[in-house]
Design a protein around this ligand. Structure first.
Ligand SMILES: *[C@@H]1O[C@H](CO)[C@@H](O)[C@H](O)[C@H]1NC(C)=O
Ligand SMILES: *[C@@H]1O[C@H](CO)[C@@H](O)[C@H](O)[C@H]1NC(C)=O
Length: 274
């Protein structure tokens, strides 16, 4: 009797943890966030905009793809990966620093409706995610229900990435709160420069009521800093809580952009609000 109850509980636990099931190859080594953030910004280059491709705000689009970008059409379906093989090429070594499985969705600029690729990371796990040549776009948190439904899901923190159109060995990056903030992200160049940007503190916990905005699934996050639904109170709050040099708040502030000379970044994402 007792044995069968134990088996039942074990079975339930196994069922609960069996979804989703991932290969076990992921690295368990957590990045040392304080070591990464202890590198002084006077020792590496930071940029207001760098080689990130940005359209004038007046045109309505946050950004358009560079005419030099290799791709000419948007993805019509989304490719799932548990993590890509790392042959040393361009990409992200990305860690889910939260306490639950999280989904991440990669969009090319001006291709907002369908992510071309997405992946799930177990809590505390790290995977390599490759980037296609000429990529200009972002990675954001999400859910399959929202992000695979064919509608743009812009609200939230963006990890922005852009290959330099003129230097194929250079990958620009920043953490952008322009379209909102659903949690912390930290990025650091893996080229030995020590460059890093982003933040790891919980800036949602103490945000003023006027700074919030709601995702389609009812989750409350911080409002965009630019664009038609911009919220000045959010930007004022984030200037203090994050700082204009650590994340892209809007075009008026700071030097939030770095570049990686080997086209690779380490990335850490907190659990966020999804
Ligand atoms: C992380 O880095 C800090 C600062 O560089 C260092 O003092 C600490 O020992 C490191 N922690 C681990 C677990 O390596
Ligand atoms: C550099 O770091 C200092 C101290 O943290 C900060 O006040 C400043 O805004 C940073 N500047 C840039 C360009 O990142």
């Amino acid at each position: 009797m007792r044995t069968s109850i134990l088996y039942t509980i074990a079975g339930l636990l196994a069922a609960a943890t069996a979804l989703p099931t991932a290969p076990t190859a992921s690295s368990t080594a957590q990045p040392n966030l304080s070591a990464i953030k202890s590198v002084k910004n006077s020792t590496f280059h930071t940029y207001k905009q760098g080689g990130l491709v940005r359209a004038p705000l007046i045109s309505g689009g946050l950004k358009t793809r560079s005419s030099l970008a290799a791709r000419t059409s948007c993805a019509t379906s989304s490719q799932f990966t548990w993590g890509d093989n790392d042959h040393g090429g361009p990409g992200l070594v990305i860690t889910n620093g939260g306490n639950a499985w999280d989904g991440y969705y990669m969009y090319e600029n001006s291709c907002d409706s369908v992510p071309f690729k997405y992946f799930w990371l177990a809590p505390g796990s790290t995977q390599f995610i490759s980037l296609p040549a000429g990529f200009q776009g972002r990675v954001s948190r999400g859910t399959d229900a929202m992000n695979l439904a064919g509608q743009p899901q812009l609200l939230g923190t963006w990890l922005e990435l852009s290959f330099d159109p003129y230097n194929v060995n250079e990958l620009w990056g920043d953490i952008s709160l322009i379209r909102g903030c659903d949690g912390g992200m930290l990025m650091w160049a893996l080229d030995g420069s020590g460059s890093w940007k982003g933040f790891t503190q919980d800036v949602l916990a103490n945000a003023p009521v006027g700074a919030w905005a709601e995702k389609p699934d009812g989750t409350w996050v911080l409002a965009p800093g630019e664009g038609p639904t911009t919220d000045a109170e959010t930007t004022q709050y984030l200037l203090g809580a994050v700082g204009a040099d650590n994340a892209f708040l809007n075009d008026a502030y700071g030097d939030p952009v770095i570049s990686s000379q080997n086209r690779r970044y380490g990335v850490w994402m907190d659990g966020g609000r999804i």
